[in-house]
Structure formats: structure tokens, C-alpha cells
Write a protein that binds this ligand. Structure first.
Ligand code: 3AM
Length: 174
């Protein structure tokens, strides 16, 4: 099973990003847009694992300091023409990602050493009409609160992120 750890977006954040996507589409921007229910900020990628409970136990030791992360700028990166929305000030999520990484490594997971880049992937394989200037994104506030362990899979060929386990500050849920 392919696993990753992420911060989910709340309903307001998802709604604002769906509206922004519609705005881009009206300008002729095309690509592989992230389905609304899949929007998230990745904290750590675990890759293929035989089971998820060991990771959940490790994540249960992480205490997220509740806060708000403001996503307010676009960025494009990677070879796949990824368009992301990112925070200018990423301290709360950077700290949380470092704590998640440490807890997972302590539990014996070997994680790739990739530079952490806080972002929500809006679109892959982005294609914008020539001369098109992307409009400024909405400012989206993401609660730095709930850590979710997701299963990444493709039932019926559709990329789906299914929450397997989640933790809110001060609480744990098996
Ligand atoms: O949508 P984003 O980019 O935040 O990019 C992948 C996606 O996050 C990321 O894990 C999330 C669920 O697939 N991902 C995939 N392969 C990865 C890898 N080898 C990876 N992140 C780090 N290392």
C-alpha cells in the first residue's frame, strides 16, 4: 500500500481552490487538475508499505501546534508542469513536517531526503495559452491541525486518497 502523511484542507479552502480552477479553465488553462477531495499539503511520503498501523503509531507521538497556514502565492515546479499554491511564510508547516519526519524515522521508516516544499498541488501537466498570465490565487487558510495518514490508490483507475487514520491536537483516533 502506498502511504503518505498530509494536512487536509477545510471546506472553505477547497471551495476557494475549486473557484480558482474554474477561473483558470475560463482562461483556457488545461491540465490534470487535482480533484477537490484530493487537495492536501503533503508532510511526508512513505511510499510502498506492507501495512499502515506502524506509521499511525509513530504519528500518534507527534503533537501539532494548532495554527493557520496562509497559502498566497503560485509556484510551478518539477518536470511534470506542476502548478502549486504555497505559503510565503511556511514556519508552522515546516516545523510539523520535520516532527513527522523525525517520528517516522525513529520508528524505522527510511524516507527519501527531498527538500520539503509546502504546497498544495493544483494541477499537473499544466498547459496555458500563449501569453496567458495566471490570475493571482485566492489567499487560502489551512488549519495546521489534523495530521492524516492517506492511502494513495486507483480504484477504477481514478487516483484516490483515502484517509486511514487521523490525529487532531490533543486527541488520537485509532
Ligand atoms: O500532491 P503532492 O505533490 O503534494 O507528489 C506526491 C503527492 O503530493 C507525493 O506524495 C503525494 C501523494 O502521492 N509523492 C509522490 N512520490 C513521492 C516521492 N517519491 C512524493 N513525495 C516525495 N517523494
Amino acid at each position: 500500500m502506498r502511504l503518505f502523511v498530509a494536512l487536509p484542507l477545510d471546506e472553505a479552502g477547497i471551495r476557494d481552490l475549486v473557484r480558482y480552477r474554474q477561473k483558470l479553465e475560463r482562461l483556457g488553462v488545461r491540465g490534470n487538475f487535482t480533484r477537490p477531495e484530493n487537495l492536501h499539503i503533503t508532510l511526508a511520503f512513505l511510499g510502498e508499505q506492507p501495512e499502515w498501523k506502524t506509521a499511525a503509531e509513530a504519528l500518534d507521538t507527534v503533537e501539532a501546534v494548532p495554527g493557520l497556514l496562509r497559502l498566497d502565492r503560485l509556484d510551478s515546479f518539477g518536470k511534470g508542469g506542476i502548478l502549486g499554491i504555497c505559503p510565503t511564510e511556511d514556519t508552522p508547516v515546516r516545523t510539523l513536517a520535520a516532527d513527522v519526519e523525525k517520528a517516522l524515522r525513529t520508528a524505522g521508516f527510511s524516507l527519501e531526503k527531498r527538500r520539503f516544499r509546502a504546497h498544495v498541488t493544483l494541477c499537473r501537466e499544466l498547459k496555458a495559452p500563449q501569453g496567458c498570465v495566471l490570475p493571482p490565487p485566492p489567499a487560502v487558510e489551512v488549519p495546521v491541525e489534523e495530521i492524516v495518514l492517506f492511502l494513495s490508490h486507483r480504484p477504477k483507475g481514478q487516483l484516490t486518497y483515502t484517509p486511514l487514520w487521523r490525529k487532531k491536537p490533543g486527541a488520537s483516533e485509532p
